[in-house]
Design a protein around this ligand. Structure first.
Ligand code: GLA
Length: 392
């Protein structure tokens, strides 16, 4: 065909919808191969950060967080005793930097924790008058949640209010105010943080059936009294041997039925022996040189890396199965060296509970967790760009 005729024909055809051959077939989406990107369709994934991760002290850790995660929680810097140690005294510098870091990286920013019996300022523990304590709670919540209104996306409003049998913990707040303090805390947080901010109840051992039933009862009451609770935080401090996947699943299902979206808020898996299993263990002692209680002082052997990978694989398979009701996975710490489990429940041990090692490198468990998404990759036409392991 003569070129002129061809162009005429093409122009005519374009009147009825011209499609360039280049766009006819969608090219794979190119995205980095990181925890937050591979699970982007299921949940946000993140970590608890220390001050060193946002103030330029631990630049490798900070780079790792920016690369891998899309949600952050402050490990300690927003706890009452840190942010508001005396009446009217507020330490804003680190929390402000934390929120700015989250915003710069377009992350879901979590605040932790407004009302908790532990790491509480001494001045609050000394208040025995109910009206005075309510006023102190309101002043604290107004100041802290109010300062970050519209910037912090979700708050752990009440932390650890329950005993293992599902009854309410006899905390300072409970002793002075009775159970009303719970509804009050959620009402105050809703008013200060605004309607866009998610409000959570957060606790450990939320897989325990008695505690779970107690949590559901407690939250139903808070809701009936006009408090807004948007979800539940299962802290997820686990070990390589327990709790069982089945037990955790039963709780996930129960929370779903109770209209409670779930956050796995403080995920880590200890690989060390439990001192409470050791009859007569003196937990105040330092266990640095104990081959039994601190069996891997230098390196985690391959056999144990595999056990850890198996455990995380089981957990993430469960999380993926219930992704419709799980909104967030937050690891409690950035890498093994940063984890609180090196010093708790006994000090002087070397633990390996996270996906990144002490040199910020990906552990075998990281690859295992990421491999769970292989199938998704194909289905969604994603072209993940594997990155160098090093963070520098
Ligand atoms: C609890 C708290 C966290 C943190 C961990 C351990 O789970 O909610 O803030 O203190 O214990 O570090």
């Amino acid at each position: 065909m003569h070129i002129k005729n061809y162009l005429l024909l093409l122009a005519f055809a374009c009147l009825y919808g011209c499609e360039s051959p280049a766009t006819a077939e969608e090219s794979p989406k190119e995205i980095p191969f990181t925890l937050s990107t591979v699970f982007a369709d299921q949940f946000v994934v993140g970590a608890a950060l220390g001050v060193k991760h946002i103030n330029g002290t631990d630049t490798l850790g900070q780079a790792l967080v920016a690369r891998e995660y899309n949600t952050i929680t402050p490990e300690n810097m927003m706890k009452w005793e840190e942010i508001n140690p005396e009446p009217g005294v507020f330490n804003w510098e680190d929390p402000d930097a934390f929120v700015e870091f989250g915003e710069q990286n377009d992350m879901f920013i979590v605040g932790h924790a407004l009302v908790w019996h532990s790491q509480l300022s001494k001045y609050v523990e000394e208040i025995t008058d109910p009206d005075e304590l309510l006023t102190a709670m309101k002043t604290h919540i107004d100041a802290v949640a109010g300062r970050y209104k519209g910037r912090i996306d979700g708050w752990d409003v009440v932390n650890e209010a329950l005993n293992e049998d599902g009854t309410l913990r006899e905390s300072h707040f409970y002793k002075v105010l009775g159970e009303d303090y719970l509804t009050e805390a959620f009402k105050m947080a809703a008013a200060a943080a605004g309607p866009e901010t998610k409000l959570y109840y957060n606790d450990y051992n939320m897989w325990n059936a008695d505690k779970r039933e107690g949590a559901i009862r407690m939250i139903e009451k808070i809701r009936a009294n006009g408090g807004r609770v948007d979800g539940i935080g299962m802290q997820a401090h686990y070990s390589i041997v327990g709790p069982t996947i089945d037990t955790i699943e039963q709780s996930i299902i129960a929370y779903e039925k109770a209209d409670l979206p779930i956050m796995m808020t403080e995920l880590d898996v200890t690989v060390l022996p439990n001192p409470w299993d050791l009859v007569g263990a003196e937990v105040s002692q330092n266990f640095e040189n104990s081959p039994y209680m601190n069996p891997f002082p230098d390196v985690l052997p391959d056999s144990m890396q595999a056990v850890l990978a198996d455990r995380y694989e089981d957990l993430f398979q469960l999380y993926l199965k219930h992704a419709d009701n799980i909104e967030r996975i937050t690891f409690w710490g950035v890498n093994d060296g940063h984890s609180w489990l090196n010093g708790w429940p006994i000090s002087g041990r070397t633990n390996y509970p996270l996906l990144f090692d002490r040199s910020y490198q990906k552990k075998p468990v990281y690859e295992r967790v990421m491999s769970l998404i292989e199938q998704e990759k194909g289905e969604n036409n994603y072209n993940y760009q594997k990155q160098a392991n090093e963070v520098n």
